[in-house]
Design a protein around this ligand. Structure first.
Ligand SMILES: *Cc1c(COP(=O)(O)O)cnc(C)c1O
Length: 399
């Protein structure tokens, strides 16, 4: 039988759960796009986005998903034939690099596998070897959503500074903006890309490209840029429509405004803390279960784990059966394993992911974990009992 009737929980790493307040804010007639409240709303949202990213720099807003922001970041800073270095900790930095390659950029990948973050010393060493300063940018993820590896972005900048290398530092924070702290100016980040549908709790379809003065200067020599993706008019519009190079994404903007209000009401520090504690509860559950079976967290070092998403290795082909069980019998959707094994191979069924980004609280995470524990038992994955109790202890101690 199924016990799935009731409110469904989509616990995948994006799109994330949308708050009723965000949905309600979007449920209204189309506004005037020539004057009136929408114009003020955009100015306020730009200011709030910049303050959430802790930057005095600029943010260009695009009507696009995360992949669109990748392209925007590349074309505004690079020219065909430029060289970039892409340290990888999973699938997403590779995808960004491949996009640059397709546009004629010379991409060098520096792989750190699928379970560890970028080693700043290795980055420093590679940059020191680039004595002619051919590398124009270092592009990587803050959190790789496939592996759930989190990089220490400040440490990457320190490594670049030790190597006295002038490359731009470009960071994909799509997975974790609004969940994991991002301190753009203090960390010396030149370009950061984010999307609406993860930590910002708004439907997919709006992308954000933050950039520093140094990146703005690089724009002047970037020959890949095309009119639609040019970030200059978007951050310095003479006319309102230039913010978006066309019609504003009106209803996304209402949703975003509400989401930013919710973040402001809670306080960004409290938002980061909530994500950290909920992630710790998730880790406690899997660590406990893993004491009696092959199930384990993909990232071993807690310092290198995301607070927004967790990748799990089940140790057998039963991860797909588990996902199917919790979805059909209990109303919980988990994320597929991504980038860990070739689609169609038996190993592909060894992995799944749990998203805990954005509009999530203790009872949602504890409920998801209890449902997973039921699923482990139901599909015959070996585990030690007590995972949910361990997660509850974290919540009891920290809340
Ligand atoms: C989700 C995600 C993307 C892709 O975003 P889309 O909206 O699917 O294009 C890119 N990078 C990271 C780190 C992500 O989490």
């Amino acid at each position: 039988m199924s016990l799935g009737q009731g409110r469904h929980y989509l616990a995948i790493p994006g799109p994330s759960v949308m708050p009723d307040r965000v949905l309600a804010a979007m449920h209204r007639p189309a506004p005037n796009i020539y004057h009136g409240p929408l114009i003020d709303l955009v100015e306020g949202a730009v200011a709030d986005l910049k303050s959430l990213a802790r930057t005095q720099g600029d943010v260009a807003i695009y009507v696009c998903n995360g992949h669109g922001t990748w392209e925007a970041a590349i074309v505004n800073t690079l020219s065909a034939g430029d060289k970039v270095l892409v340290p990888t900790t999973g699938t997403f930095a590779v995808g960004w690099g491949e996009m640059a390659e397709a546009m004629g950029v010379d991409v060098e990948y520096l792989s750190f596998g699928k379970r560890d973050s970028v080693d700043p010393n290795a980055l420093e060493e590679r940059l020191r070897a680039d004595t002619g300063h051919e590398i124009k940018a270092v592009m990587t993820t803050q959190v790789d959503t496939s592996t759930s590896v989190r990089n220490d972005v400040a440490a990457l900048r320190e490594a670049m500074d030790r190597a006295v290398h002038p490359a731009l530092l470009m960071i994909d924070s799509i997975a974790c903006f609004g969940c994991d702290r991002f301190d753009m100016d203090a960390w010396g980040v030149d370009v950061m890309v984010a999307g609406s549908q993860k930590g910002l709790m708004t439907p997919p379809g709006m992308g954000f490209v933050f950039f520093s003065e140094k990146a703005a200067a690089a724009r002047e020599n970037a020959s890949l840029v095309t009119p639609y993706w040019d970030w200059r008019p978007r951050v310095n519009p003479d006319l309102f429509y230039e913010y978006f190079c066309g019609t504003a994404p009106t209803h996304h903007l209402y949703g975003l405004r509400e989401a930013l209000d919710m973040i402001a009401e809670e306080g960004s520090e409290a938002v980061f803390r909530r994500h950290a504690v909920l992630a710790e509860a998730v880790w406690a559950a899997f660590d406990t279960w893993g004491q009696g079976g092959p199930i384990e967290l993909n990232v071993q070092d807690p310092q290198q784990r995301s607070h927004a998403v967790t990748s799990i290795r089940v140790g057998s082909e039963k991860a797909t059966a588990l996902r199917t069980w919790v979805e059909e019998r209990a109303g919980l959707t988990l994320g597929i394993g991504l980038g860990m094994a070739a689609p169609g191979s038996p190993e592909w069924h060894h992995f799944f992911r749990l998203g805990h980004m954005g509009h999530v609280n203790a009872h949602m995470v504890l409920g998801a974990l209890a449902t997973i524990e039921a699923g482990l038992a139901a599909v015959g994955i070996e585990f030690a009992p007590g995972g949910v109790a361990a997660a509850a202890e974290v919540v009891a101690r920290e809340a």
